[in-house]
Ligand binder design. Sequence first.
Ligand code: DC
Length: 225
Amino acid sequence: MKQNVIAIDGPAGAGKSTVAKMVAEKLGFVYIDTGAMYRAVTCRALAEGIELTNHAAISELAGRINVRFNRDEAGLQVLADGDDVTEAIRTPEVTAAVPLVSQVAAVRQAMVRLQQEMAATGAVVLDGRDIGSVVVPDACAKIFLTASVAERARRRWQEMKQKGYEQDLVALQQEIEQRDRQDQERELAPLIQAEDAVLLDTTGMPIEAVVSGIVTIYQTRCGHV
Ligand code: DC
């Protein structure tokens, strides 16, 4: 059992990254946003003009790209081969393309290896789709975070609006439903609730309650009460 590792999985828009960041802050842990890593590979593939159906070229990219996080007063920066891609990985273009890139085996292998290296130190919170099932199956605390599709669409709409992107709510909900299907039905590391994960449905829950709920699960499961 890996002590001091919290694995948070769940569908798009469930609030994983916001919650994981807050849990990490509360416990003095490091936050690892694994979705950002798949986004960084996608962003680089688009910038290099690689066809998203060209798995050989994407695999070659996965073998040479170096994705890292940089933490300073300004927050969490995502670096792809040293370039700051923090903003660039959040565009609708990257969001639309990332499911294609994240299902390439070589991409998953490369990212999982990096994630396992980062988690090896302990005192980490990771969020993603396959953290409890593939990346750190022996994490002492596993959470499956979800919320209704309507609520997730509303949250994503608000988040994008704050970033200056006006999106249609109905279209966003359809997009989320499609991403759920893509995440759940893909062959490699599909989104599933690990057997020993605690299911947390956050529909209508204030964020502070979600965070303190996860801290309690951590304390109970990881023997820190
Ligand atoms: O959580 P997010 O929206 O930033 O994730 C971006 C994409 O990466 C999404 O299509 C799911 C995929 N992903 C994955 O396959 N495995 C992970 N551990 C994290 C994200």
